[in-house]
Design a protein around this ligand. Structure first.
Ligand code: NCD
Ligand code: ZN
Length: 354
């Protein structure tokens, strides 16, 4: 990376965890991602979810058709995932791999937005997981238990102990990405996980979990645009996540989890989980790394460790940011509605150089 005082130039980054939805709303948000990222892993939690190789091929076509016809954004590549269900047939794994699907996403049933079709008991998926292990197809996990009696702030830590560790013991060859980690327990688990006896494990990290703690959800009133799942945690957890990415540990890489919802669905009596960060993602991450005195570690996190984990080539182009205070709009078009970005109406300190 070259760092002049007021510019950052890094290899073109990728987003390893992204929601773009579908239809006209997708068209409005995909351009924000494609302006910064060469590739993104597209989450399969549509309604109904993307469950077969065929579904993934069709969804990829719709995304490609929604891209601008020229410029760097026209080169954007969506990387597809399938939604694991109790009924996923084991032979879907080979079909998925053949279709270029990059992994399967585990949503414990009821864990988050559009997860009703999720897995009720991971042991029901053992045959599929064995096939993924054999064909080296990664499992991307939403790492939270869902029992209503478990405190919402403890769900990730308990998932590690009750689900993730036993899963790795049963399937030692399975490559796993612990998505959007939010706790020091997750940081320590992934950092210290043995990869001699087990296949690789990695974690993605969102901008909101690096920038904010749970006070942000309640500051001066209930702030629904800071509500995502897994929910923001205490400051000590935020610090643990910042410290690990600032250390340049290659098991931790960028996944925005940008998750757009119509403004009305967020600002409601039962507001949806999800923060919209696609428009300013790289600016937010740059802010975190600069505050941590680790701008030299931004490129590994954003552009190198992800492709290395997934066994994909590094991108060729570059991305430039310039130090400049920019106003984050109050909202963006989102199909027939609007979406409110994270930190709407406030500022961010790095501008994209087109
Ligand atoms: C995501 C969404 O809205 O699709 N929401 C979120 O809070 N992150 C689902 C998810 O990734 O959990
Ligand atoms: Zn997500």
């Amino acid at each position: 990376m070259t760092k002049a005082t007021d510019t950052i130039e890094i290899r073109r980054p990728d987003d390893w965890h992204l929601h773009v939805r579908d239809g006209r709303a997708m068209q409005d948000v995909i351009v924000h991602t494609a302006a910064q990222f060469a590739r993104a892993i597209i989450m399969p939690n549509l309604k109904p979810p993307v469950v077969s190789a065929q579904d993934a091929i069709a969804y990829r076509q719709r995304i490609l058709a929604a891209l601008p016809k020229e410029g760097v954004a026209s080169q954007f590549q969506p990387l597809m995932t399938l939604y694991l269900t109790d009924n996923t047939p084991a032979d879907e794994v080979a079909r998925a791999k053949e279709a270029g699907v990059i992994g399967f996403k585990l949503y414990p049933a009821g864990a988050t937005t559009n997860s009703d079709a999720g897995v009720t008991d991971i042991r029901r998926c053992d045959a599929v997981l064995a096939q993924m292990e054999k064909l080296d197809v990664p499992l991307l996990v939403h790492g939270e238990v869902t029992h209503s009696e478990i405190d919402v702030f403890d769900r990730e830590a308990i998932f590690i102990e009750k689900i993730l560790e036993p899963l790795r013991q049963r399937h030692p060859g399975l490559r796993i990405v612990f998505e959007h980690i939010t706790t020091k327990q997750a940081v320590e688990y992934v950092r210290d996980a043995d990869t001699q006896r087990f296949a690789k494990i990695a974690a993605t990290v969102t901008p909101q979990h690096l920038l904010y703690n749970r006070n942000s959800i309640f500051s001066g009133g209930l702030r629904t645009h800071y509500y995502c799942l897994p929910v923001l945690k205490r400051e000590e957890h935020r610090q643990a996540i910042v410290n690990i990415v600032a250390s340049g540990n290659s098991r931790f890489f960028l996944g925005t989890d940008s998750a757009p919802h119509p403004k009305g669905a967020k600002e409601s009596a039962c507001g949806c989980a999800g923060c919209y960060t696609a428009w300013h993602a790289m600016s937010l991450y740059a802010e975190v790394f600069e505050q941590a005195g680790a701008l030299d570690k931004l490129e590994g996190f954003a552009s190198i460790y992800g492709p290395e984990f997934y066994g994909l080539p590094l991108n060729q182009g570059t991305l430039k940011l310039r130090r400049q205070t920019i106003q984050i709009p109050a909202e963006f078009p989102f199909g027939d509605e609007v979406v409110v970005p994270l930190r709407a109406g406030e500022t961010t300190q790095w501008a994209l150089v087109e």
